[in-house]
Structure formats: C-alpha cells, structure tokens
Design a protein around this ligand. Structure first.
Ligand SMILES: Cc1ncc(COP(=O)(O)O)c(C=O)c1O
Length: 436
C-alpha cells in the first residue's frame, strides 16, 4: 500500500505531478464534498474534475448492486465497441440516443476524450465538404479545406484541435499547426445586475463581417464554423442567440456545417441537456464529452446532402474501442440519476442562488465584475491576473476548489447536488477571498 501522505512524492518520482495538493479519497468523498485523505479535511468541490463529474461523489445510486455488477463486467473486459457489440452497449446507446440526443439528430458516434470528439466532428465536416465540392476520389487534394473558428477558443490538444485552440500559448506553441481562419468572439459583458453592459450588437456585427470576409476570400474552402456556445477555458464568454442565428444563416448560405463544441457545456451542465437548446438555434453537429463520460458527436440529417457521409461509410471515423464500455455503463447510470431526480433543474436553481450572491457583492462595490453564467457554469472577473490568482489561492486555503478561466476570471463548475447551505458557505469564502 501507499500511504496518502506518500502519493504526491511517489508520483513525482515518475511523472510531472503538479496537480492539486489534495489526495482524493474515493470512498469518503460525499456529494459536493471532496475528502482529502492526506489531511482528513473536506473541500467544497466547485471544480468537479474540470466540469466532468455531475452528480456529486458516492451518489447512493452508484452503489446499486445491478449497476456495480454491470460496471464490473464492463471493466473486467474491454471490448472494441466499434465492431464487437454487447447488451451493455445497446442499453447505453438506446438511453443516450433517446433521452439525451435531441430529436432531429439521428447520427451518433462515440470515442474517448473531448478533443477526439471535436476532432471527429471536424472530420465529418471535411468529408462532407470535400464531397460537396465534387472531390470523390481518395487521391483528391483537400489541403484547402478549413475550419472557421474563434479567438479564445478551447477545443482540445489533439492534431486538428490544436490548430483551433488559442487560449494559453503554453498549450499550443512549438507544435506545427494548420493556419485556419480565426475571428473575434462577440462576448457579452454583464453589469452587477446581470444586464448586458457592452455594445454586443456592434461586436456581433464585426464578427459576422469577419466571417463573411473569410468566406469571400477563396483561399480556404470552409467546411464548418466551429464554436463553443459558451467559451469555457477562454474566459466563460457568453454569446447572444442572435449571434448564433447569424452563424447559422452564414453556414446555410456558404455550404458549411455549424458545429457546436459542447464538451464543457453539454450533458445538462447548462440546466438543459444542451446549451444550444436555450439559444433556439439548431446546429448541424454537436461534440460532447466530460460529464457524459463517453465522448462523441451527434449530427443532424444535413450530412445526408452527400451520399457517402461519414456516418454511412464504414471506417471514415473510428477507433479501436469506440469509447470505453465502462464509460457507457456509467453514463447510462448518470442519465437515469439526473433525469430521475431532475438534478438538471436543481443545479439551475443552485446556479441562480450563487449568481445572486455574487451579484450582491458586485453591487456593494466589492472588486469583482462581469458576474455571469447559468446552472453549473458560473464565473466572475477580477481586476488583474494577479488578483485572480491570489483569490483562487485564498479560496483553496479556505477549502473551496475552483478553476481559472481566461486571463482574469474564476469559474465554478458546480456539482448538481449542491445545497443552499453549501452555496452560502461558498459565498462567505468568496467574499473573504476577494482583494480588499
Ligand atoms: C470546450 C472544450 N472542448 C474540448 C475539450 C477537450 O476535452 P478533453 O480534455 O477531454 O480532450 C475541452 C476540455 O476542457 C473543452 O472545454
């Protein structure tokens, strides 16, 4: 056995171990509280494993005998789901496709990892666009195909997504990239009362005119417009439905797919299954991951505009495991828990309470601004990067785990089981952690 006090130094002997100082106790962590087996202290978990764990720790339904025996069967053998099917897989696919994937999106694809979900969404678009352009031979040159994307975007760190991510240069610098067109995001700024405080319509007009210029410039054949419905790592930047409607119109006019990256926002994180449903603008392809455990994409019928689209022709998008069966079993249990207990509605109310408390601080002149968010996705901005880093460190000292967002913001990614008392406890600690 390795004692909890030895965990970090054991890891450090063999790898970079620059993570949180806590040692996560898988048995004693409960609900919104993460138990540190190194010190015996509990932390309020407002980071939820980078927005990937929705229902709190050791939810009672995770101890159900039937679930555990299915999970053990899946864990003891790791089938290559893309070609070798099981009852366990079919139970998951049926649940996800009928209870989580919205109507009108008949094509699903599964893989492990959010970046690979986005990567495959992009491949669907390239494959579609190439055929739209009449390039049907596998020898046809497709190096002029590109993806229109945004500054402050984070889509992952795999081959294609590395060319689209542009938050911290540390994550993308010194790697070769595709120079696909990048335009400005028209991010909303909120005042202390939650009202829009900037001239966002002007920013939207500028972004759409940049996008039109990209389409007019014939250097690139744009296969897709790719956007996070709220940019997460890039600063919790929110967009109006009007802007997404503008992108939808352009994508239709210009023969491009509209791809939404909902890896951070999806699977009930915004209080609805998908954030785009609140905007009322349907995309063509949605990429998901994190809270859904299994990652992947779902797609509308627009791909059928070409006969041999990527969901119809075997082998165009694939991987050995096609996602892990353990993740599928766990995902199905999460769907049952969230929808059965209406936890997405509960976290929507929790988000409102946290927002209200943060706005009260902003209204009373405390040094935080641009309080924003919905349901499990809440953020606020500090005056400088140093203020932000110090506030985050003070929060951690007071046993609240949160995350950086962009250059100056702190983001909370709430567990769906957060109680009012937990929120009030967190608000007190935020208040005492803010710069004086
Ligand atoms: C919006 C978005 N897309 C893609 C990714 C990449 O996911 P992963 O880290 O699982 O590859 C992330 C991860 O934070 C994300 O927030």
């Amino acid at each position: 056995m390795i004692h909890p006090t030895q965990v970090h130094q054991t890891l450090r002997r063999h790898q970079l171990a620059d993570g949180l100082p806590v040692v996560f106790d898988l048995e004693r962590s409960e609900g919104a509280w993460l138990f540190d087996s190194r010190t015996g202290q509990k932390y309020l978990d407002l980071f939820t494993c980078f927005a990937s764990w929705p229902v709190g720790y050791n939810h009672p339904r995770m101890a159900e005998r039937e679930f555990l025996s299915e999970l053990t069967r899946a864990a003891a053998c790791n089938p290559s789901n893309s070609d070798l099917y099981t009852v366990e897989m079919a139970r998951f696919v049926e649940a996800f496709a009928t209870r989580v994937t919205p109507a009108g999106f008949p094509y699903n694809f599964w893989v492990s990892g959010g970046a690979l979900a986005v990567e495959n969404g992009i491949k669907v678009a390239f494959d579609w666009k190439a055929q739209k352009l009449g390039r049907m031979s596998f020898d046809d040159d497709c190096d002029d195909l590109g993806i229109l994307h945004f500054r402050q975007a984070f889509h992952g760190r795999s081959g294609y997504t590395l060319s689209l991510t542009n938050t911290d240069p540390l994550k993308t610098g010194l790697f070769p990239k595709f120079r696909w067109p990048r335009i400005d995001p028209p991010s909303i700024e909120f005042d202390a009362y939650g009202q829009i405080a900037n001239d966002v319509a002007a920013l939207e007009a500028r972004s759409l005119s940049q996008a039109r210029a990209v389409f007019a410039d014939k250097r690139w054949k744009i296969a897709a417009i790719l956007i996070e419905p709220m940019q997460g790592e890039g600063g919790d930047n929110h967009f109006r439905p009007e802007f997404l409607a503008g992108l939808r119109e352009l994508a239709d006019q210009e023969q491009a797919l509209l791809i939404l990256d909902e890896v951070q926002t999806g699977f009930f994180g915004a209080g609805t299954a998908w954030m785009w449903q609140q905007k009322g603008v349907p995309p063509d392809v949605v990429c998901f991951g994190k809270k859904s455990q299994i990652c992947g994409v779902y797609s509308s019928r627009r791909v059928e505009e070409v006969k041999q689209h990527a969901f119809a022709r075997a082998g165009r998008i694939n991987s050995t495991w096609g996602g892990s069966l353990c993740d599928m079993v766990r995902s199905r249990q999460l769907i049952d828990i969230i929808l059965g207990e209406r936890l997405h509605e509960r976290v929507a109310a929790a988000g409102e309470r946290l927002l209200a408390g943060l706005r009260r601080m902003a209204q009373s002149g405390r040094s935080l601004s641009n309080v924003r968010g919905v349901a499990s996705l809440i953020a606020f901005t500090l005056a400088t990067p140093a203020d932000r880093d110090q506030t985050l460190a003070r929060l951690q000292e007071q046993r609240v785990l949160a995350l950086k967002s962009g250059e100056r913001a702190i983001r909370f990614r709430l567990p769906f089981v957060l109680s009012d008392a937990d929120i009030d406890w967190a608000l007190e600690r935020v208040e005492s952690s803010l710069p004086k």
